[in-house]
Design a protein around this ligand. Structure first.
Ligand code: ATP
Length: 454
């Protein structure tokens, strides 16, 4: 049995050049499967292309990403309220929003290998990336990305329903309900986290682009003359959110859209982009949507979707600033930026340097050995910590291997219960990034960890 103190010898860990590692993506996919972050869906039936299941660790990480967003967007503010709208919705919503006609991607088929591609994503519009044939593409046709289904037992046009391709419309169609119920007035926002569905032509790059994914969206309603300033505000806030949670500045950028990329109703849009192993990719779009959405739904539904300002005795349709992020895609960006390897005494240590707020487990309780004498104290420590922190408990294998496993899960602290603990009522707390160890009395443990896990 190795001694937990072994790790802190004088050999300083040596950094390995992870950012330039061409196999990084493969390592993340392997780690995800091995440690229970993300599994390919329906694997025992051969898999189902580009769908994924979040395992015991992934479900915690994804939840922490969503909680961190909710905390910053709802909990720490008094001008944003939450919503959880339905996923199924009638065609009228998508007629009004423009999705039925406009939510399309240009689809081309290769006449040689019959693969399908998004025309706007081809590197060379003449050459098939799959078989290399030249000038083999069909004319592009517009392919609608919405999933259509039937609600109820009768298959008829009247029963058609759509799975939402974004959460945003739920906020617009509930504008009046929320305004009345919450007694907010512009500027105020409605936030929502939930699943969205898009029948993507070319899903891929692990969970970057999937047909079922989770979004975190805010619709922030403002007086028209304040829209430009709120747009700047949200661009800045959202960029900072990723930095605060550990994405390095060198891998994050704000990219304003060119005029030809803007939707017809948007006066300004910027994407928060992350440097993925294959290049820059969008994590979030922040858009100044003007009054397009409320005006469209008011016209189609016949309801008034505006605001009467008693102070100025005026009625106006608020403008909307929308920061729209992807939870699953963002989780992957956090994983990629947290992944690190270093050489410790001749061995490669893999460690996820996740922000403590995102770490799946905050603490692991590890009895030094499986001896019966240690179990009661270890269980007591676990029970003491569980109400405050998400904990793992692991008593199998040598302690060094258990530390490595927790490093790979990104657990910020390991608490080791050893034979001295029986006498001195203290435990060894080992910190993930530095591997330093400190002896802490059991009675002080909750406060000690809480002060380091903010
Ligand atoms: P893209 O250009 O990558 O297709 P988009 O501009 O269509 O994305 P939005 O409609 O702005 O995306 O959606 C907001 C966010 O939702 C995106 O920034 C992304 O994080 C996430 N998202 C969109 N589509 C997918 C998808 N198919 N899989 C995973 N996340 C997605």
């Amino acid at each position: 049995m190795s001694d937990p103190a072994d790790e802190t010898t004088d050999d300083t860990p040596r950094a390995i050049d992870v950012p330039n590692d061409p196999t990084l993506m493969e390592k993340i996919v392997n780690l995800s499967k091995r440690r229970g972050f993300v599994f390919p869906s329906a694997e025992i039936y051969g898999g189902f292309r580009s769908t994924y299941d979040y395992g015991p660790i992934g479900v915690l990480l994804l939840r922490n990403v969503k909680d961190a967003w909710w905390r910053s967007m709802v909990q720490l503010r008094d001008d944003v309220v939450g919503l959880d709208a339905s996923i199924l919705s009638p065609p009228a919503v998508w007629e009004a929003s423009g999705h039925l006609t406009n939510f399309t991607d240009p689809l081309v088929d290769c006449k040689v290998c019959h693969e399908r591609f998004r025309e706007d994503q081809l590197n060379d519009p003449r050459v098939c990336p799959s078989c290399g044939a030249e000038d083999s593409f069909t004319e592009a046709r517009q392919f609608n990305l919405m999933f259509k289904t039937q609600a109820g037992p009768v298959e008829s046009e009247g029963a058609v329903a759509y799975l939402r391709p974004e959460t945003a419309q739920g906020m617009f169609i509930n504008f009046s309900n929320v305004l009345q119920a919450s007694r907010k007035k512009p500027p105020f926002g409605i936030a929502q986290i939930g699943k969205s569905f898009r029948n993507e032509i070319t899903p891929g790059n692990f969970v970057f682009r999937t047909r079922e994914f989770e979004q975190m969206e805010l619709e922030f309603f403002v007086p028209p003359d304040e829209a430009a300033q709120w747009y700047e505000y949200w661009c800045q806030q959202r960029y900072q959110w990723y930095l605060d949670l550990g994405i390095p500045e060198a891998k994050l950028r704000m990219r304003p859209h060119d005029a030809d990329e803007l939707s017809h109703y948007s006066s300004d849009t910027s994407d928060v982009e992350f440097l993925f192993p294959w290049g820059w990719g969008e994590l979030e779009g922040v858009a100044n949507r003007g009054d397009y959405d409320l005006t469209q739904h008011a016209a189609h539904s016949g309801d008034k979707l505006d605001y009467f300002d008693q102070a100025t005795n005026t009625r106006y349709t608020p403008h909307v600033i929308e920061p729209a992020a992807g939870a699953t895609r963002t989780m992957m960006a956090f994983l990629l930026s947290a992944y690190d390897e270093e050489e410790v005494r001749g061995d490669v240590r893999t460690v996820l340097r996740l922000h403590p707020r995102l770490a799946p487990y905050k603490v692991a309780v590890l009895p030094l050995s499986k001896k019966d004498t240690l179990t009661p104290v270890a269980r007591e420590v676990l029970a003491l910590l569980q109400p405050s922190f998400m904990c793992d408990y692991d008593e199998t294998q040598a302690i060094g291997r258990r530390y490595r496993r927790q490093d790979e899960l990104g657990t910020p602290f390991c608490v080791t219960v050893d034979f001295d603990s029986l006498d001195d009522r203290a435990v060894t707390v080992r910190e993930r990034d530095t591997m330093t160890q400190e002896r802490v009395p059991i009675d002080d443990l909750v406060a000690y960890l809480a002060s380091r896990l903010v």
